[in-house]
Design a protein around this ligand. Structure first.
Ligand code: SF4
Ligand code: SF4
Length: 278
């Protein structure tokens, strides 16, 4: 069983064992020359995961909700039936953050996929609690017209991971992928996920300010990275409960039995996770 968010081609290679993991001391050449003017940013579709949205919204000084309204396209993904956010493009097809001089307006906060290229990463989760993460790093196919590979600048894989702050992005992104894995495989969420449920999930995934305001949790009490971790954990609890009510997952009641209605509101039931990190 696995969940991953890479191209079908790489996913297939991961499955059949032909995807080779690059050693961390593997050396490659890459640097974007100024003359390129952000060619790849003009024809690219970028999925944003919750950590991407969080970093970008904070960089721009807006809330997660405002970010999605202004720069994201939200939908329920066809494959996993999971709430997705795609980085919105300007009408002429280029990324909304590409400046006229070819620079990225949000470079320090650019999404994981932008900071990773030309390095690709395939992930799958093996059985276990928590599931065991298996990752493979590889060089993506060269984009047509990309001049970065002609640069003399050399990197080891490890140097690239550090310079792009990718290890932290990977760790936090994996918490989200683990959640999808759990929902899809343990809770069979593809059978019952619909837009209404996805709407309830939105503050946990993309709009932490809503939860902070509801529960009065200032950033001085719980820092934003720790709150992200708690949101993913709270969403697991929430989804387990929703699934149980529909007869799926570990909390499902047996046939003919009815589930007692909880006395506390949903947000109060999640309070220990979000406020106290329990
Ligand atoms: S966010 Fe920045 S690096 Fe990524 S596609 Fe947009 S302009 Fe390019
Ligand atoms: S990755 Fe390649 S196409 Fe994109 S800006 Fe760099 S050099 Fe240009």
């Amino acid at each position: 069983m696995n969940v991953n968010y890479i191209d079908q081609e790489y996913q297939k290679m991961l499955e059949d064992g032909s995807l080779q993991d690059l050693p961390r001391d593997y050396v490659f050449r890459f640097e974007c020359p100024p003359a390129c003017m952000g060619l790849c940013c003009k024809h690219i579709e970028i999925f944003l995961d919750p950590w991407d949205v969080e970093v970008l919204a904070r960089h721009l000084g807006i809330t997660g909700r405002e970010f999605i309204a202004a720069y994201g396209t939200y939908s329920l993904g066809a494959e996993w039936r999971w709430p997705n956010v795609l980085l919105r493009h300007a009408a002429e097809g280029k990324c909304a953050f590409l400046l006229d001089d070819g620079k990225c307006r949000v470079y320090p906060a650019r999404p994981r996929n932008c900071r990773a290229y030309p390095l690709g990463r395939a992930v799958r989760f093996r059985e276990g609690d928590p599931p065991r993460v298996e990752e493979k790093l590889f060089l993506l196919h060269r984009m047509e017209g990309c001049q970065g590979h002609r640069s003399p600048r050399q990197w080891t894989v490890q140097e690239w991971l550090v310079a792009s702050d990718l290890q932290r992005y990977h760790e936090l992104s994996d918490l989200h992928l683990q959640l999808i894995h759990y929902a899809v495989h343990e809770l069979e969420s593809r059978k019952w996920m619909h837009l209404g449920t996805a709407q309830v999930m939105l503050p946990f995934l993309y709009a932490p300010e809503v939860l902070r305001a509801r529960l009065n949790i200032p950033e001085t009490a719980v820092g934003h990275e720790e709150f992200y971790r708690r949101r993913m954990q709270a969403l697991k609890v929430l989804l387990t409960e929703v699934a149980a009510g529909l007869g799926y997952g570990p909390g499902a009641v047996g046939a003919g039995q009815s589930q007692a209605a909880p006395e506390e509101s949903l947000i109060d039931r999640l309070r220990p996770v979000l406020v106290d990190g329990e």
